[in-house]
Design a protein around this ligand. Structure first.
Ligand code: NAD
Length: 328
């Protein structure tokens, strides 16, 4: 068995690769794993084991058709996580998002089709639906993305599904809520706030902090991806949710407590353009069809994550340029 993971040097990808190397995916316990990753600012080779007898690392761009054709050949399954993933960046530099998330997905699906790959999982996000004031999205609802990031992911989902409808490529699409855990890039909310609060620096809270997000530990997401890989229906869409929903304000309070930081460090900044108010996934399908339930309680997972940044992350690392401007 050979599995190709795109974006395997990123946050979720590196956790996912480890589940495969640790034999956590039934039927793939001995699988050889290839990672293809461009190593953009978000990817780090160090996120993966430096050596492993079943791991091959290829630095490359999923938009490079000849390279992707070469890399995909001989693989039984492909799990596609490579993407430009940060909403704030997509507001100022959207072209890279369309290039990687849409064109790159097409290049990859085409290569999978030509190589006769038996199973493909395309990893996507709850953000493709836009914002929902009440209730939860089911998998059949229309896509109404707000940001260029979400729009590029929505387009990538449609491209992937078109390869199922047109050519019968066995691909499933997953849409997960916000992930958290160790090794997430510091531009994202939880690591950004944690690494700043631990240094006694101010943190930027968008608007009134009332935006609601659902949070799932990255290990739960990876377990769900393996369930979809093994038993997801071809052409099917699966929500990966069932995490904890809370406002950014409440999340900030929890981080202040865990970092033992002064609440005065929280600075309200101008709201993000077209900032979705609330996301909420209906995760009934994956629960009933594939038996998925999250295992990591949020308070426990968050405390462990803060502990990881406190103990492991170099707090001397300069700030990311895409953190929203801090109010003076
Ligand atoms: P990330 O930004 O940490 O990692 C993305 C990886 O993709 C990086 O290693 C990067 O180098 C690589 N990459 C980017 N462009 C590439 C290209 N052109 N060719 C090859 N590699 C390239 O992102 P993440 O948070 O790990 O997200 C992984 C996937 O999961 C994405 O598709 C994202 O949309 C999706 N997702 C993320 C979340 C979340 O909360 N982080 C939630 C739901 C879905």
């Amino acid at each position: 068995m050979k599995v190709l993971v795109t974006g395997g040097a990123g946050f979720i990808g590196s956790h996912y690769v480890r589940t495969l190397l640790d034999g956590e995916c039934p039927g793939f316990e001995e699988a050889d794993v290839t990672v293809v990753d461009k190593l953009t600012y978000a990817g780090r080779r160090e996120n993966l084991p430096s050596r492993h007898p079943r791991l091959t690392f290829v630095q490359g761009d999923i938009c490079d058709a000849s390279l992707v054709r070469e890399v995909v050949a001989g693989h039984d399954a492909v799990v596609h996580l490579a993407a430009e993933s940060h909403v704030d960046r997509s507001l100022v530099a959207p072209a890279e998002f369309v290039q990687t998330n849409v064109a790159g997905t097409q290049v990859l699906m085409e290569a999978c089709l030509r190589a006769g790959v038996e199973r493909v999982v395309h990893v996507s996000t709850d953000e493709v639906y836009g914002s929902i004031e009440h209730g939860s999205w089911t998998e059949d609802l229309p896509l109404e993305p707000s940001s260029p990031y979400a729009a590029s992911k929505a387009a990538g989902d449609l491209v992937a599904l078109s390869y199922w409808r047109t050519h019968g490529l066995d691909v499933s699409v997953t849409r997960c809520c916000n992930n958290y855990g160790p090794r997430q890039h510091v531009e994202k909310l939880i690591p950004l706030f944690t690494t700043r609060l631990l240094r006694g620096l101010p943190v930027p809270l968008y608007g009134d902090g009332g935006n609601v997000r659902e949070w799932l530990h990255v290990s739960d997401h990876c377990r769900a991806l393996n369930l979809v890989l093994l038993r997801g229906e071809p052409g099917g869409i699966y929500h990966i949710g069932g995490g904890t929903s809370l406002t950014n304000r409440r999340l900030t309070e929890m981080l202040l407590e865990l970092c033992e930081a002064d609440p005065a460090l929280v600075r309200r900044v101008r709201d993000r353009q077209a900032h979705d108010l609330r996301y909420s996934l209906d995760a009934t399908k994956i629960r009933e069809e594939l038996g998925f339930e999250p295992r990591v309680p949020f308070a426990e997972g968050l405390a462990q994550t803060v502990g990881w940044y406190r103990d492991t992350y170099d707090l001397g690392t300069p700030d990311t340029p895409y953190a929203p401007a801090l109010a003076s």
